[in-house]
Design a protein around this ligand. Sequence first.
Ligand SMILES: C[S@@+](CC[C@H](N)C(=O)[O-])C[C@H]1O[C@@H](n2cnc3c(N)ncnc32)[C@H](O)[C@@H]1O
Length: 394
Amino acid sequence: MAKNLTPVWNKIAKHAMLPETTHDERARYNFLSNLNKHLAHVSQGTKTAYDTRVVPKFKEEHGRGIQNREELKEAIEKDSHYQIWSSLRRSTMEMRQQAGRSLVLRQAAELRDKAEALNNGKSTLVLNPSVKVPDYLLAVDNHLMPGSYHTELIEGDVSPAANYDSGIFVTTAGLIGRFNDGGGKAITTWVRKNHPDFKPKRILDIGCGMGHNVLPIAKAFPDAEVIAIDTGVPMLRYGHARAIDLGYNNITFMQMDAAKTTFEDASFDWIQSTMFLHETGGKSIYKIMKEVYRLLKPGGLTLHIEQPQYTDDMSEYEKFMRDWDALNNSEPYWSKMHDIDPCELMVVSGFKKEDFMQIGAKAENDLASDTTSEEEPEDFGRSPIWNVFGAIKN
Ligand SMILES: C[S@@+](CC[C@H](N)C(=O)[O-])C[C@H]1O[C@@H](n2cnc3c(N)ncnc32)[C@H](O)[C@@H]1O
């Protein structure tokens, strides 16, 4: 096997909801996954261009070094290497959406029917049409996904989730496992190792999407009642059908806004989010964390998996590169979220400073043996090495 290639799309786990793909569609996904990986290598040259061309030129013109991210952006965007890397990366993201959408839309009705057959009569899918999609989500096509998570093109639509599920493999170059659940697995392992006596009875996953990362949690705690909430109805329909097909019966998928849930005070032992907070608006993140505090039982645990926060000791270059998605990939809340101090976020939401925790987590990837064994270069924003922060409510 060619170890310098990403795993092939065919390796991802199959289930009843996964869209059908033709040979050419799989080939397109495989090409894009490898282009994505290749661009992580190309981005290494951006650092060389920055050090050897961009910074010296700026010094020559201004008589001083670059002092902030805005100056860095203006200077680096004139550099040809950065331009090539950035435009290719943008094109990869656009092509990934086109590839996913074209294969999903031609079978949208069949996918809807499959979801309806699996969801029919189940009390574990709870939709509530009075729940509104937050304005900050309506304002963008998240990571260039046309119509984002909520748009329904046909009645009962599941196509946004089918597109997300089949194509996330491309965006992550196959680094988060066959079920795209490397984050959920990693956090489950951490909780079991570090809190061996923790036996949560009720678990809430907020911004669950189509449930990739809540499934390993539900599997690890089969006696727990697990509730997964989202405002995107197509995600919930597809996620619930997928979970049923994969044999999970302890997860209820509910249409609910994480900033204003209808659950009682102190009703959960564990509240989890995975790659969710960076997609919430600047004010909403505070409302959501206050809600998390309200919903946790005393002694309850909350954890949030995200890409690394921007810290004082992180270089402006690295912060700028990590901001690429905010500037070019329709992730407008990304910069602000990564700029905030997570400890302060938890403290203003009610948690005690001494109960704040921050850990590193790497995706558990059951496809690891199919990919390169060499160290991969940091691709700034997409690598599955995460910052997890949270607290215990005392
Ligand atoms: C990147 S996806 C989440 C991925 C998912 N947690 C996973 O691990 O695969 C972000 C999700 O958050 C949802 N979302 C954003 N704001 C929300 C809110 N206020 N309440 C509930 N869901 C929200 C979106 O609809 C979207 O499905």
